[in-house]
Design a protein around this ligand. Structure first.
Ligand code: GLY
Length: 354
């Protein structure tokens, strides 16, 4: 059984189809959402191993494994393959994989013929609950992640929970970090409230997709409300950047988000925005998704602060998404001393729950 989550964006509206076997809806979905398409190029990545049938003549292009596939040379290579396969602007690109594939193929589709339709078949938990939905596409350059890209909405998204069966444990953990984020945002949708760890995975994914759809529909280009989706991410991005090239400290994205969510709660308490019970709630929710919440060892608070100041959403000051009396919201102009003190508290309380 599948659940359909609409993303309401006027003439760019589309459906996210969630459920066991959802990828088998691809031919129907392509026929309905891109009726002009006469051929397709399926973009996937080494090791994904998920076969799809777009219901049209198609060719498969496989990009290399890993985040390094999100590069300008790979973008050029993809567009050249699109051209050689005779893809026109009326045709369709199908991205099959995790966030690396949906970001890269989505940006190639956005660029090819100045905008070609694409459909995401998301195969990782992280992509199903976040990356494949909402139209953020792009690639990395040496100066930073996702610095070159565009907002280009897919024509449809298929989240086949059957493809999660072969996901490595760390990739599961990474996806659960994002699910925990949705669980703490306090946003209700037609599908109910927050996702909880005891729900079947299809229901968790559908609830997350519905929350993401509601936020994107309200603020497609991240003027303000969409920034809520970065709850826990400011510290997470700093931890990821600080651990870059250090294989012993390689936190997956969602694992870093889990630590960042608890940090955000502790910072909000320091600023008098929430009380101890609310911090304990954050720890309970993140713990229920079986994620560690301690600050990893070996990070200087001052170094992490420097990385946070470079966050591309910072607009020249320290900006965090923080819980408070009116719920989770964007808070600008945070005093660096409060950030350093919160990190120092996490350092000295490693292993305890204060
Ligand atoms: N991943 C955050 C967003 O799509 O806005």
């Amino acid at each position: 059984m599948t659940t359909v989550v609409p993303v309401a964006l006027a003439d760019r509206s589309y459906d996210v189809v969630v459920g066991d076997g959802a990828r088998h809806e691809l031919a129907r979905v392509v026929g309905e959402s891109v009726p002009s398409a006469r051929r397709a190029v399926v973009v996937t990545q080494e090791g994904i191993g998920v076969e799809v049938d777009p219901g049209l003549p198609f060719e498969v292009v496989t990009v290399p494994d890993g985040e390094s596939a999100k590069s300008l040379p790979q973008l050029e290579g993809l567009c050249r393959r699109f051209a050689r396969s005779g893809l026109s602007r009326a045709d369709v690109v199908v991205a099959v994989g995790g966030g690396v594939v949906t970001d890269l193929a989505g940006f190639a589709a956005a660029s090819f013929h100045r905008g070609t339709a694409y459909v995401n078949v998301a195969t990782s938990l992280l992509a199903q609950v976040d990356a494949a939905i909402g139209g953020k596409t792009g690639v990395n350059i040496p100066e930073g992640k996702n610095l070159v890209g565009s907002f280009w909405q897919p024509a449809a998204v298929l989240c086949d929970t059957a493809t999660l069966a072969t996901l490595p444990p760390r990739e599961w953990a990474s996806g659960r970090g994002e699910v925990a984020k949705y669980a703490l945002l306090g946003i209700d949708t037609d599908l109910g409230g927050a996702p909880t760890a005891d729900l079947p995975i299809g229901e968790q994914v559908a609830r997350c997709a519905a929350i993401k759809a509601a936020v994107v529909a309200a603020d497609e280009r991240e003027g303000d409300r969409r920034m809520l989706l970065n709850y826990g991410h400011t510290l997470a991005h700093a931890l990821e950047a600080a651990s870059f090239d250090d294989d012993d400290a390689d936190l997956r994205h969602g694992e870093a988000v889990a630590v960042g969510l608890v940090f955000a709660a502790l910072l909000a308490r320091r600023l008098g925005r929430i009380d101890d019970a609310r911090v304990a709630h954050h720890r309970r929710v993140v713990g229920a998704f079986d994620l560690a919440t301690d600050l990893p060892v070996g990070h200087e608070p001052g170094d992490l602060l420097a990385f946070m100041g470079r966050d591309k959403k910072a607009h020249g000051d320290l900006t965090f998404v923080l819980d408070g009396p009116s719920g989770v919201e964007v808070v600008r102009g945070i005093d660096p001393a409060d950030v350093v003190a919160t990190l120092a508290d996490m350092e000295s309380n490693r292993g305890s729950a204060s």
